[in-house]
Structures are given as structure tokens and as C-alpha cells.
Design a protein. Structure first.
Length: 435
């Protein structure tokens, strides 16, 4: 035990020593910056100098106050370097951001600052990586929408540059290889490409409308300038949709009769007329839940949808189509967390839902705070995940599955679980009662 404690305290001392070394290096870089200033500093540099003064007296390196001072100085350095891209200020900002990331790898503020500085320096790939790390640390997808927009703009502007460089050979170097070039350099290179193409047409006596490739180049340039000057319009989803946690979802459905309905195609698999007349009954439930890319047929499946549940699948689930069908509530199940967050950013359609399940509802079947059934295989059906969640929450007087059993909607082991837990005396060919 003595050796164990000795090793633990030794590791802590070494960690504290490393933190002090990192902070000392950052303070030296800040002091070198101040020593290199000449002339009367402008207001932004005065604010930066004050922030550096606070940083130089902050100790110990492990304290929250010291880390806050480090971030504050980094943000002041970034502000002093933008707009215009002051090389000394941006270089200092990157040093302080890197130090902050080293000290606290799970700091959202540190990754945000690093992304902003890298973007200003033209290191777009590294900036996107930093933004993704920041976004992965969010508690809710509605946080940091400014970073979501900045990241998306980097993606879109890079696509514009890449396509423009492919349209005509001999594109300016910055346009062909944009990584490492500042935004100002890229704007100039793009404008030069457009001017060169129009000059080429004039030199060859082209009096008609530009050819399709030139028109496309002009369209790309207009899109690029609009994005860099105005940004993207914020996603209406932020204002219209509210995150929904496990607790609020439980309260929302408490005391209500719920039905989980198969797609019209699945009901048809039960045979002719199997679902005839069910539509009105389904629409009469308090809560109607449908899964994945369902199809509605009013006479057999009803028309209402209160909750749409979908499971992310494949290595790149964010590349799927957007969920555009309007519903009051949408639950998206997925693991790992970074792929789930990225899919929400890419696939949620603005205004298509009023509530969206947050991270607490991301993987209910395997989350120890919810069902927590670690023995159950991953990659199961969406319907089974929903019904296990409803069964766990246990707040509904009635839970019916319509057209799900025996139609291929559930896996064999899932069918077995449902059969074992169903109320036999309340079930029919098309309806399975769990409550």
C-alpha cells in the first residue's frame, strides 16, 4: 500500500511539474510578444497587454483561475490579430491555445480558441478538427451554434475552391492548394482566377454569353464571397426545436396510451385485409410512434405521428438523407457520440421537429442510466429500442405494438423477448399488448 501511495503522489508531482512547465513556456511567449511591440499600441493590443499581465501573475498552473487567465489572454491575442491577420498576435494566440489544450484536453473553450486561430491562419483541416473536438464536448446539440456554422462554412468554401480549381488548368497556387493560405489570400486567388478567365474570353473575341464552365466558375465565386462575407443563415432548428432529455420525455408520455406502429408495407405482409380498419384506432391513441423510413396508409396505419424514432447505421451515418417529415418529436439513436452529434448537425431538417432527443436518449438500451442491458447485442431494430425504453420508463397504462411481431420488423431474439413479455389475453394477430 505504501508503494502504491508513493507512486500515486509521485505521478501527481510529475503532472503538476509538467503543467508548470507548459504555463512557464506560454508566459515566456507572451513576454516576448510584449517586448517586440513598438510604437503606441492600439486599443486591442492594450487589452491584450492587460490580459498578459494577469496571466504572468497567475499561479498555480492547475488552478481554475490560472486556466481562465490563459484562455482570456489567448482570446485577446486572437482579437488583436483579427481582422487583418496580425502574424505576431495570431502566433501568440495559437501558442496559448495549444497550451490550454495540453493543460485541459476536455476544455470546450480551449478547442474553440484553437479552431478560430487555425482558421484565421488558413489551416482549415486542423481548424475543422478542433471545431469537431469542441462540438463533441457539448452537452446539447443546441450549444455553440456559431461554431457549427463556422465549421459548415469551412466545408462549403473548401468545396467551392476545389471545384473552381478543377474547372480550368493553371489555377493560382492558393486556389489549387488552399491549405495554409489565409482567407485574404484565398479571396485574392479566387478573384484572380475569375478575372483571368474573363480576360481570356475577351482576348479571343467571345461576344456571346460565357460558356458553361465559366458560368459555373462565376457562380462558385459568388457563393464563396457570400459565405465568407455573410456566413450561412443560422439553422431555424435552433429556434424551433428544443432538446428533450430522458426525464422530460418520460413526463411528456406519462399516463398516456402509446402505440408503436409498423410501416404500411409490414402490415401488408400479414396478408390481405390484416390491417383493415386499424387506421382510426391508431389515430385514437394518445401517442403514436413510428420508426425509421416508415410509410403511412391512412386506412391501415393511421395518419398521426407524434414521435419519430430512427437509428443511425453504417460507418458514416451523417451522409444519409435529411429527416424532412414534420413531427412533434424526433428521437435519434446512435453510437459513438461523435458520429451521433455529427449526424444531427447534418441530417436534421430545419423546422421539421419541435423536440429532438438529446444525448441522454442517444442509446437507451445500453445506457446504464436507462435500460442498461449490456448483454443485449448492439445494432438491433429501432422499434425494439423504443419499446424497451417505454417498458423501462413504465409510465404508460397501455403500450401496444401494431404490425411489428411476425412481420420482419423485429429480429428473432427481439420477437422472443416481446412474446415473453406480452399480455396474451389482450393481443391479436396485428396487435401485441405490453401493458
Amino acid at each position: 500500500m505504501t508503494k502504491t501511495l508513493s507512486g500515486l503522489f509521485g505521478a501527481r508531482r510529475r503532472s503538476a511539474g509538467r503543467q508548470e512547465e507548459l504555463l512557464a513556456a506560454a508566459v515566456r511567449a507572451a513576454a516576448d510578444y510584449l517586448a517586440g511591440l513598438d510604437g503606441r499600441p492600439e486599443a486591442r493590443r492594450v487589452r491584450l497587454a492587460a490580459a498578459i499581465g494577469t496571466l504572468t501573475t497567475a499561479r498555480p498552473a492547475s488552478s481554475a483561475e490560472t486556466f481562465d487567465a490563459l484562455l482570456a489572454a489567448g482570446n485577446r491575442a486572437f482579437e488583436a490579430g483579427e481582422p487583418g491577420g496580425g502574424a505576431a498576435e495570431l502566433g501568440l494566440a495559437l501558442t496559448l491555445a495549444d497550451t490550454a489544450v495540453e493543460l485541459r484536453g476536455r476544455s470546450k473553450g480551449a478547442w474553440r480558441l484553437r479552431g478560430l486561430v487555425l482558421e484565421a491562419l488558413g489551416r482549415h483541416g486542423d481548424a475543422i478538427e478542433a471545431y469537431d473536438r469542441h462540438l463533441d464536448l457539448r452537452q446539447s446539440y443546441t450549444e455553440s451554434q456559431d461554431i457549427v456554422l463556422r465549421r459548415d462554412i469551412l466545408d462549403e468554401t473548401r468545396s467551392c475552391l476545389d471545384e473552381a480549381a478543377r474547372l480550368f488548368p493553371g489555377a493560382p497556387t492558393a486556389l489549387a492548394t488552399p491549405e495554409g493560405h489565409t482567407p485574404a489570400e484565398l479571396r485574392t486567388a479566387f478573384a484572380d482566377q475569375v478575372k483571368a478567365r474573363l480576360a481570356h474570353l475577351d482576348a479571343h473575341g467571345a461576344t456571346r454569353a460565357p460558356d458553361p464552365a465559366t458560368r459555373r466558375l462565376i457562380q462558385l465565386y459568388a457563393t464563396y464571397r457570400r459565405l465568407t462575407a455573410e456566413g450561412r443563415v443560422p439553422d431555424p432548428l435552433v429556434g424551433d426545436a428544443a432538446p428533450l432529455g430522458a426525464g422530460p420525455f418520460r413526463n411528456m408520455i406519462a399516463g398516456k396510451a402509446v402505440c408503436l406502429v409498423a410501416s404500411a408495407d409490414a402490415l401488408g405482409a400479414l396478408g390481405p385485409g390484416a390491417g383493415a380498419g386499424l387506421g382510426a384506432e391508431i389515430d385514437a391513441y394518445d401517442v403514436v410512434i413510428r420508426c425509421d423510413s416508415y410509410r403511412v396508409d391512412a386506412p391501415t396505419t393511421g395518419e398521426r405521428t407524434d414521435v419519430h424514432a430512427v437509428t443511425l447505421r453504417g460507418p458514416t451515418p451523417w451522409e444519409g438523407p435529411r429527416w424532412t417529415r414534420e413531427v412533434p418529436t424526433r428521437l435519434v439513436f446512435g453510437d459513438p457520440a461523435d458520429a451521433w452529434r455529427r449526424s444531427l448537425r447534418k441530417r436534421l431538417a430545419p423546422g421539421a421537429q419541435r423536440h429532438i432527443g438529446d444525448a441522454s436518449l442517444r442509446r437507451p438500451l445500453h445506457d446504464p442510466a436507462l435500460v442498461g442491458d449490456g448483454d443485449w447485442p448492439r445494432g438491433g431494430s429501432t422499434a425494439f429500442t423504443v419499446l424497451r425504453l417505454l417498458d423501462f420508463l413504465d409510465v404508460n397504462p397501455r403500450i401496444d405494438l401494431i404490425g411489428l411481431v411476425g412481420t420482419g420488423q423485429l429480429r428473432p431474439e427481439e420477437n422472443e423477448w416481446v412474446t415473453a413479455h406480452a399480455r396474451k389475453n389482450a393481443s391479436t394477430e396485428t396487435r401485441t399488448a405490453l401493458r
